[in-house]
Design a protein around this ligand. Structure first.
Ligand code: C2E
Ligand code: MG
Ligand code: MG
Ligand code: MG
Length: 292
C-alpha cells in the first residue's frame, strides 16, 4: 500500500522507522539486563614486542554471552549503545573487570597491563576521572600502568581541548592513553601535537596491505616517523601473519597485536600462552639475531 501514493508512502516509512526504533529500544533493554546479570565477559589479546619477543600487555575485548543467541561480537551490540548512556555502563564495567583481572595476575606474580576500549561518550562524562580514580583505589596492589585506555581517533577530534585535558588527567592517574585505529579518522599533525596520548595504534586496514601495497607501506612508514618525532610509541593492530610482523619490524615498528601472534583468548589461557610465546617467539629474539 505504501508504494501507491505520496501520503501512503510517508505513513509506510514512518511505521517502519517506528518498528526499528522499537527494536533498538528492546535490544538496549536486553543489554541493560545483560549487564545486570553478568552476561558480558572480556577476552584478552596479547600485545607483544616483536623484536625482543616479550609480551607488553593485553587488550581487553568485550563479548556478550547471550542467553539465547550464543556469544555475540562487539559489532552486534556496541553500535546500538554508542550514543546512549549504556556505553558508559559497559565501559565502567569493563574497567572494573579488567582491573580485577590485572589484580589476579599480579597475585599470581605477573604484572600485565590491560588496555580497555573507551567509547567517545564515556570519556566525555563529567565524573569520568573521578570514577577512574575510584576504580584504581580499589586495587592497592596494582601500580601505575596496569590499566591503559584506548580511545578512537574520531572521539578526540570532536572535542579536542576537552579530550586533551582528560587524556592528561588519565595519565596523571597513571593510566596511559592510546589513540586507537589511528589513520582512519581525521587526526592531523596539529591535533596530534595537542593530544598528549602516549601511543598511536595503527589501524589494521593499513597493516593488512604492507606486504603487497606500496601506498599502505608508505602510510605506515609516515605514521611511524610522525609518532617518533612527537615522542609517541606506535603499535600495529591486525598483524595477521608472521610475515606482516617481519615487514613491520623492517619498517621499524616493534610493537604488534594480531591473529598472527594470538587471537583474543579467555583470561585463564593467557599465562600458559605467554610462557610458550616467550620460549619461542616467531621472529626469534633480538639477541639470537645478533648472535647469528
Ligand atoms: P579495536 O579496539 O580496534 O579492536 C581490535 C579488533 O580487531 C578486535 O575485534 C580484535 O579481535 C580484532 N583483531 C585483532 N587481531 C586481528 C587480526 O589479525 N585480523 C583481524 N581481521 N582482526 C583482528 P573485536 O574484539 O571484534 O572488537 C571490535 C571493536 O569493538 C574494537 O575494535 C572496539 O572498537 C570495540 N570494542 C571491543 N571491546 C569493547 C569494549 O569493552 N567497549 C567498547 N566501547 N568497545 C569495545
Ligand atoms: Mg582497541
Ligand atoms: Mg583498534
Ligand atoms: Mg580496529
Amino acid at each position: 500500500f505504501g508504494k501507491r501514493e505520496g501520503g501512503g508512502r510517508v505513513r509506510f516509512f514512518d511505521a517502519q522507522a517506528a518498528r526499528v526504533d522499537q527494536q533498538v529500544l528492546w535490544e538496549r533493554r536486553r543489554i541493560e539486563g545483560g549487564l545486570l546479570h553478568s552476561e558480558f565477559f572480556l577476552l584478552y589479546q596479547p600485545k607483544v614486542d616483536m623484536r625482543s619477543g616479550t609480551v607488553v600487555g593485553v587488550e581487553a575485548l568485550v563479548r556478550w554471552q547471550h542467553p539465547h543467541r550464543g556469544v555475540l561480537q562487539p559489532w552486534e551490540f556496541v553500535p546500538l549503545i554508542e550514543d546512549h548512556e549504556l556505553v558508559e555502563h559497559l565501559g565502567d564495567w569493563a574497567i572494573g573487570a579488567a582491573l580485577h583481572q590485572a589484580n589476579d595476575w599480579a597475585e599470581a606474580g605477573r604484572d600485565i597491563s590491560i588496555s580497555v576500549n573507551i567509547g567517545p561518550r564515556h570519556m566525555a562524562r563529567l565524573d569520568f576521572l573521578e570514577r577512574l580514580a575510584f576504580h584504581l583505589s580499589q586495587w592497592p596492589l596494582l601500580h601505575a600502568g596496569s590499566l591503559e585506555l584506548e580511545i578512537l581517533e574520531s572521539t578526540a577530534i570532536n572535542e579536542l581541548a576537552k579530550i586533551a585535558d582528560l587524556v592528561a588527567g588519565c595519565q596523571l592517574l597513571g593510566v596511559p592513553v592510546t589513540m586507537d585505529d589511528f589513520g582512519t579518522g581525521y587526526a592531523s599533525l596539529a591535533y596530534m601535537r595537542q593530544l598528549p596520548v602516549h601511543a598511536l595504534k595503527l589501524d589494521q586496514s593499513f597493516v593488512r596491505g604492507i606486504l603487497d601495497n606500496d601506498e599502505d607501506r608508505a602510510i605506515v612508514a609516515a605514521v611511524l616517523m610522525l609518532a617518533q618525532s612527537l615522542g609517541r610509541t606506535t603499535i600495529a593492530e591486525g598483524v595477521e601473519t608472521v610475515e606482516h610482523g617481519r615487514a613491520l619490524l623492517a619498517l621499524g615498528c616493534t610493537l604488534g597485536q594480531g591473529y598472527g601472534i594470538a587471537k583474543p583468548m579467555p583470561a585463564e589461557a593467557l599465562l600458559p600462552w605467554i610462557a610458550e610465546f616467550e620460549r619461542s617467539p616467531p621472529w626469534g629474539r633480538a639477541g639470537d639475531a645478533a648472535a647469528a
